[in-house]
Design a protein around this ligand. Structure first.
Ligand SMILES: Cc1ncc(COP(=O)(O)O)c(C=O)c1O
Length: 389
């Protein structure tokens, strides 16, 4: 089948299915958009309207939508070998893992690849417990780490916990940004260095360094959940680099493979050296398509200087936007003097897709790192109009 016929078949099947509510379990609160195409920092709906995607496909479209390099490399790999699991060796997997490790802080010498952020966190928590032989985890109020039971167990918000009632068991929640006292029952502290869903809440650099020192005092590990902050989004390779904090385990997903589902758990060399066969596993993790997508994403990140562009994006936002801006680089919270929901609806009418957060007055921007700075000027103008009205 050629590409044109394949596209036509996809359209025909999509049209024949009718509304997704007839088929998909109703667990999502959806934006009133049916998006069918993406190109760089923009997305197009089924009526042909283009929008600037300041939501970045949920903080995923790191290098932009359907980047030609990403498309070509996935296409090439799909034609060659669509899938084989970790039961065999793969030089492509070696290259993808190397690309990740090369991008990471020096002490993180190995990576375990899975399929989502929740899984990446589960792996980190298991590694921490196994390595220290300790049961307890300290997590932050306001943090979000995913929907699987282990990830939910370290997510404080009742909004997410109440559905599945995960055991609090071994987790102690402490206030984000306030001094933390640990004891030698603690395997690890897990936190988002910037709490995105909580409304892009940031902590002092000094507090993060203090937390590292407290972990060292009792022999606990420090886990950064960089599902959102990784791969240059903050204008530095990772939040760990941005804040200059050494971490023992670093987790990511979202932009790792530019839209192909990949979770990554990066592991400190001391912990990595103790790993042995059978400790962790994932059928789909690190499959050939995922590895091709990781390699394509990293190639574009480097070639197009997107990390530096993300830093410039954050600086420009602070200069031109008519509201208080939280966060760094291309992970920003705009603090409004009113609920963001109606503002987001008006922005969509004006051609911008942006996101909300668990703070009703904070709008989130987490666009592709290639988003032109001029989009912020346009957004500033429209926001000024909306906020004046
Ligand atoms: C900081 C953080 N950690 C973990 C997750 C869970 O990732 P996933 O939905 O890929 O399981 C998310 C998802 O939004 C997240 O923002």
């Amino acid at each position: 089948m050629d590409a044109v016929t394949a596209e036509a078949l996809l359209d025909q099947l999509a049209q024949a299915a009718g509304p997704e509510a007839d088929w998909q379990l109703a667990t999502y609160d959806k934006l009133p958009l049916n998006l069918v195409r993406g190109q760089g920092a923009r997305v197009q709906d089924a009526d042909g309207r283009w929008y600037w995607d300041l939501y970045g496909g949920h903080c995923v479209a790191l290098i932009g939508h359907s980047h030609p390099t990403w498309v070509a490399m996935l296409h090439a790999q799909a034609q060659r070998l669509g899938f084989y699991s970790n039961v065999v060796n793969s030089s492509l997997r070696a290259a993808a893992c190397k690309a990740i490790v090369d991008f990471a802080p020096k002490n993180l010498s190995r990576v375990f690849l899975s399929n989502s952020g929740a899984e990446a966190n589960e792996v980190a928590l298991k590694l921490a417990r196994h390595h220290t032989g300790r049961p307890n985890i300290v997590a932050m109020q306001g943090g979000f780490h995913g929907r699987t039971l282990g990830a939910l167990a370290v997510t404080a918000s009742e909004k997410y916990r109440k559905y599945a009632l995960p055991e609090y068991g071994n987790t102690r929640f402490v206030p984000f940004g306030e001094p933390v006292k640990l004891d030698d029952s603690v395997a690890a502290v897990i936190l988002e260095p910037i709490q995105s869903l909580a409304g892009v809440a940031t902590a002092e650099r000094g507090w993060l360094h203090g937390l590292r020192a407290e972990c060292d005092r009792v022999g606990a590990l420090l886990i950064f959940d960089e599902v959102q902050t990784a791969w240059g989004r903050m204008g530095a390779n990772f939040a760990a680099d941005f804040y200059g904090v050494r971490v023992d385990l670093l987790t990511s997903a979202k932009g790792t493979a530019g839209g192909f589902p990949v979770g990554a758990t990066l592991v400190d060399d001391t912990i990595a050296r103790r790993a042995k066969s059978g400790d962790q596993g994932s059928t789909f993790g690190a499959g050939p398509m995922a590895c091709a997508a990781i390699l394509a994403t990293h190639h574009v990140l480097r070639e197009e200087g997107l990390v530096a562009h993300a830093a410039a994006f954050g600086q420009h936002a602070r200069k031109v936007l008519p509201v208080k801006v939280r966060g760094e680089g291309a992970l920003l919270g705009l603090c409004l003097d009113r609920p963001v929901k109606p503002v987001l609806a008006t922005l969509r009418e004006r051609g911008f897709v942006a996101g909300g957060s668990d703070d009703p007055n904070v709008m989130r921007l987490m666009p592709p790192l290639c988003t032109p700075l001029s989009v912020l000027d346009e957004l500033a103008e429209v926001l000024r109009e909306i906020l004046r009205a």
